[in-house]
Design a protein around this ligand. Structure first.
Ligand code: BG6
Length: 516
């Protein structure tokens, strides 16, 4: 019986015939060094890259081979034992500099790849080329054109990996889509949303569809409200210039949080085939009307406790009147049989009190409840940090008392899966590209459906300076209006005193004052 690792290795080998050239475009940039190369290294170390792989970095910066290696390996963590692996990895990487809008540069890159393929004795049909665009969106189209015209393999597979921002709204996204679609087929394009590579996000379908009990309570009859929360404890810290053009809604909500929502809300796909899954995700997105302004709470952080406010960011010197939201709570409604009337509240903010991404499903009150002081059941999926799934439920307090106390069924990954490492999202997604699995990538019609939900409110926010924008202090829970906003959608915070993970072994008291 082959091990799971051997199965993956065999899938990659079969798909790419043991041979690949991975071209990292934008190799001198931040994404490449922080995410792409460390992910490639881990795949290499685990034997998941095809046996005959060459990684070629491409960017405008002129640098020596040593400078390149130093730059792209600075975030790769190795210890004494796997230092040799790093040396072997360096031996399959090289750098080629060139422009992004220049035919000669692309021809020269093509020659460089041709030579490498010849030197590696690529045989017929083996010249598989994977292009990873770790680039600013302003050059997506010229780069895709240059590749298609001059670097596209005629003797093997081609794959193009591209990452957000996919435009600023429906129109610009469609324009980008049309331009890329004229050059590469949908089958060749992999649109990364790195949240789809996160372990707990990949677990949503398993949890929903491999457990008989969740299936029966997954609808408006049992669920009162759903929250998907993204909290970062730091501000833009020098990235304000970039962030200001996008804001928190485009940065993480229209993509990452909406992807999570679609997995929570979609119907059961007919199989686990990528297109079957993506069909269901698109269907549920199409049941969501554009977000109404009355369902939004927007905020921007101000300096507090020695930390700067958003507008204090050095890159925002010329934009002192910026009204870009760094916090938003948006309620979405799904108009279908399963979800009508259930609010899906997306909340995201920078410069908040903690780092946390989680899905919180709050169930309805028990009908005809016998016990007065119970709290609502909640199913929480902690995406990061410290992956966990826990279910909050009411229990009789052990002993002579009949009081209820709130407890939990807790699957904390670090405690339960002690011998397993959780892969980084990029590692998992690049592996999917190598195996030709599109399930965790965004399809063109999915992107269009996502923009349709967000474009009207984004345009209103961009154009109308009278739209309320609250402030909140750096390091706080968000705007002061947040609790009232949540209450409006039925969220019951009565168990807010309950904290998880539980720090002490002593049972936690419910808010029932009737103690023994
Ligand atoms: C990116 C956003 O897409 O996601 C960043 O542009 C954000 O602003 C980041 O910080 C969060 O990703 P992660 O994996 O750290 O949760």
């Amino acid at each position: 019986m082959p091990s799971p690792m051997q199965v993956i290795q065999a899938e990659v080998t079969k798909e790419l015939n043991g041979f690949a050239t991975i071209v990292v475009l934008g190799a001198s940039g931040d994404l490449a060094k922080r995410k792409t190369y460390p992910a490639l290294f881990k795949l290499f170390r685990n034997g998941f890259l095809p046996a005959n792989t060459q990684i070629i970095g491409y960017a405008r910066t002129k640098m020596s081979h040593d400078e390149y290696l130093q730059r792209v390996t600075q975030y790769i963590k190795v210890n004494e034992e796997n230092h040799d692996d790093l040396d072997r990895f360096k031996a399959i990487t090289s750098y080629h500099s060139g422009l992004y809008d220049d035919d000669m540069s692309w021809q020269s890159l093509n020659q460089c790849i041709d030579q490498s393929e010849k030197a590696r004795h690529a045989s017929h049909g083996q010249c598989n080329r994977i292009f990873y665009m770790a680039l600013p969106s302003s050059v997506f189209i010229p780069v895709a054109q240059g590749i298609r015209k001059h670097v596209y393999s005629q003797n093997g597979l081609n794959r193009l990996i591209v990452e957000k921002p996919f435009g600023m709204d429906t129109e610009s996204s469609n324009e980008l889509g049309r331009a890329l679609g004229a050059l590469f087929s949908e089958e060749e394009i992999y649109r990364i949303d790195h949240y789809l590579g996160k372990e707990m996000v990949k677990n949503i379908m398993t949890l929903r569809f491999a457990n008989v009990f969740f299936n029966h309570i997954w609808d408006r009859k049992s669920i009162d409200n759903v929250q998907i929360t993204f909290k970062e404890p730091f501000g833009t810290e020098g990235r304000g210039g970039y962030f200001d053009d996008y804001g928190i809604i485009r940065d993480v909500m229209q993509n990452h949080l909406l992807q999570v929502l679609s997995l929570i809300a979609m119907e059961r796909p007919i199989s686990t085939e990528p297109e079957a899954i993506r069909d269901e995700k698109v269907k549920v997105l199409r049941c969501i009307p554009p977000i109404a302004l009355k369902d939004a709470l927007l905020g921007q952080y101000i300096g507090a406790n020695g930390k700067p406010g958003y507008r204090d960011d050095v890159t925002l010197k010329d934009k002192q009147d910026s009204r870009t939201p760094t916090f938003a709570a948006l309620t979405l409604w799904i108009q279908n049989e399963r979800w009508e009337g259930v609010p899906f509240i997306l909340k995201a903010g920078k410069a908040l009190n903690e780092a946390k991404v989680e899905i919180r499903i709050q169930f309805r009150n028990v009908a005809g409840n016998l016990y007065k002081a119970t709290s609502r059941n909640e199913l929480v999926m902690r995406i990061q940090p410290d992956e966990a799934v826990y279910l909050k439920f009411n229990n009789k307090q052990p002993g002579l008392s009949y009081q209820t106390l709130q407890s939990d069924l807790d699957l904390s990954y670090h405690a339960r899966f002690t011998d397993m490492a959780i892969p980084d999202a990029y590692e998992s997604l690049i592996l999917d590209v190598l195996r030709n699995d599109h399930a965790n990538f965004v399809r063109d019609d999915e992107l269009e459906a996502a923009w349709r939900i967000f474009t009207p409110i984004l345009h209103r926010i961009d154009q109308d300076s009278n739209i309320p924008l609250s402030t909140y202090p750096y390091g706080s829970r968000g705007p002061a209006e947040l609790d009232a906003f949540m209450k409006r959608y039925g969220y019951d915070r009565s168990s807010a005193n309950y904290s998880w993970p539980r720090q002490s072994v002593a049972p936690q008291q419910s808010n029932n004052s009737n103690k023994l």
